[in-house]
Design a protein around this ligand. Structure first.
Ligand code: FES
Ligand code: FES
Length: 176
């Protein structure tokens, strides 16, 4: 790949230019620049080996493991981290509000949550009405050490239901 001394990317709607030596080293992964240069600590780093999914961000709408992506490969890309989302986001809302009887919970310590939320967005961007199997497949690269897998699955289903109904112009089943 051609070596780049300067890279530009849009992160959560703002465009940044980074210069090698000043802002990044050629060996840096995207997670380093997002966390250390932009202070986006919602990008969790855990295994740094591509094995847990904690560092997931969206690049041009698709999930990538930011601990495994050389930052130069994000040149020109549109990056989204969890900091771009708030409680009005249907996926975030579903994660926060999954705790009813029989649902378990989608969050305990929350360390894995940004990665799961962004993976869910990546899935729903491509497939707004996934089956249970498709949800499990999409989330299979993510580890939740608190064991909230059932609640997370339910939360993604709720978010899909919400997004799907909105796209069809129907009524959301989420509360206002
Ligand atoms: S920190 Fe990137 S996959 Fe675990
Ligand atoms: S909620 Fe603690 S690691 Fe998933």
């Amino acid at each position: 790949m051609e070596r780049k001394n300067e890279i530009t990317m849009t992160v959560n709607g703002r465009t940044f230019t980074f210069r090698e030596g000043r802002d990044f080293e050629s060996s840096d992964m995207l997670s380093v620049v997002l966390r250390e240069r932009l202070g986006l600590t919602g990008v969790r780093v855990s295994c740094e080996q591509g094995a847990c999914g904690a560092c997931t961000v969206l690049m041009n709408g698709k999930s990538v493991l930011s601990c495994m992506l050389p930052v130069a490969e994000a040149d020109g890309a549109d990056i989204m981290t969890i900091e771009a989302l708030d409680g009005s986001d249907p996926v975030v809302d579903a994660f926060v509000n999954t705790y009813g009887p029989g649902e378990g919970t989608a969050m305990q310590c929350g360390y894995c949550t940004p990665g799961f939320v962004l993976e869910a967005h990546s899935l729903l961007n491509e497939n707004p009405n996934p089956t249970d199997e498709e949800i499990d497949e999409a989330l299979s690269g993510h580890i939740c050490r608190c064991g909230c897998y059932e609640g997370i699955h339910i939360a993604v289903k709720k978010a899909a239901d919400h997004i799907c109904k909105c796209k069809e112009g129907g009524e959301c089943n989420e509360k206002d």
